[in-house]
Design a protein around this ligand. Structure first.
Ligand code: T46
Length: 138
């Protein structure tokens, strides 16, 4: 998947507001994502001073949603850094492979949902930033 880090933006997830005031419903289906979902996992009970992520993936693509609460995603392509805040359950962040990410500033009660295109494989992780920089150069 090719990308420019500047083009990584929050994506609106369709929202159906109940006409009788029963709240909202959001749905991800069919071709909404540019990949088939192979795995779903979620982060929760994250202390506010904790950082998650701190790695890149060689192949894995990912769609992150703050189902509740909020957190910041620091994106890094080896040259530039950007910070994007997720704080709505109807907005998602599509992170292509080859992007370093750190998740921080978790508010109390945050649930971060992750939809991904690969099964879990530790070989797909680049967990050292210096290895990531080398990976981007080659
Ligand atoms: C990502 C961020 C947002 C598994 O056994 N299966 C799994 O599917 C996952 C995701 C993790 N694990 C194990 C591997 C580690 O022993 O759970 C432990 C914690 O994983 P990790 O340190 O990778 O957790 P995070 O929160 O730093 O990263 C996770 C995902 O790994 C990663 O893809 O982008 O959430």
């Amino acid at each position: 998947m090719s990308y420019l880090i500047e083009n990584i933006q929050l994506i609106d997830i369709p929202k159906i507001s109940d006409p009788d005031g029963r709240g909202n419903l959001s749905v991800i289906e069919k071709d909404f994502l540019p990949f088939k979902i192979k795995r779903v996992y979620y982060l929760y009970d994250v202390p506010s001073d904790s950082t998650r992520g701190g790695h890149a993936h060689k192949e894995l693509q990912q769609f992150l949603i703050a189902l509740s609460g909020s957190f910041d995603v620091v994106l890094d392509d080896g040259m530039k850094r950007r910070i994007i805040t997720l704080n709505r359950p109807n907005k998602g962040l599509l992170i292509p492979n080859g992007v370093w990410r750190e998740l921080e500033n978790f508010s109390a009660g945050t649930v971060c949902l992750s939809l991904v295109n690969e099964e879990y494989d530790e070989e797909d992780y680049i967990r050292k930033y210096s290895d990531f920089v080398l990976f981007k150069r080659t």
